[in-house]
Write a protein that binds this ligand. Sequence first.
Ligand code: PRP
Ligand code: ADE
Length: 179
Amino acid sequence: RLQQKRRLVQERIREFPDFPTPGVLFRDITPILKDPVAFAAAIDLLEAHVKASHPQVEYIAGLDSRGFLFGPALAQRLGVGFVLIRKKGKLPGPTVSVAYSLEYGQAELEVQNDAVSPGQNVLLIDDLLATGGTMQAACELMKKLGANILECVVLIELKSLKGQEAIKPNSLYSLLQYD
Ligand code: PRP
Ligand code: ADE
């Protein structure tokens, strides 16, 4: 059953060589969203994992922008709130920010100071972990707010880029792994 759902999701991921820069094999998740059965399967799998492993979760924190596609649907299933970790300059009011580099560039992430309170149990979500630079920066932001990070969750892990090492000591859960 779970394997069948995993297969449904996997069938809706396509690859584009040399995007957005030469040498990068881009894994495109847009077909998952276009297919309601595959999209539901992805959320089902994430929901089952979180309910089994992190029943104490209080907030889902999604990473700009593809974490915003899966995070809110998951948060609704779990009956918890969703908070936004955004690219710099998008959020009003007091914020904290962290600069980072990713597989094909650099950027800065930001979160509102009141997104979560110290000690709250937060789960971070994104579509994909490559070098882990983005997720590591998001973890730093959450730590600046005093959050308790339960886990980092992604649909796709690109194993050869060793993102799991980069985000240590935070732990990773991925639905699908590629070399
Ligand atoms: C992509 C992806 C992850 C990040 C992973 O986002 O959605 O957030 O890169 O790369 P890393 O593990 O090497 O840091 P991108 O910055 O392209 O922005 P987008 O979600 O707005 O497309
Ligand atoms: N973000 C960073 N690396 C990526 C890749 N290879 N495919 C899709 N998104 C990415």
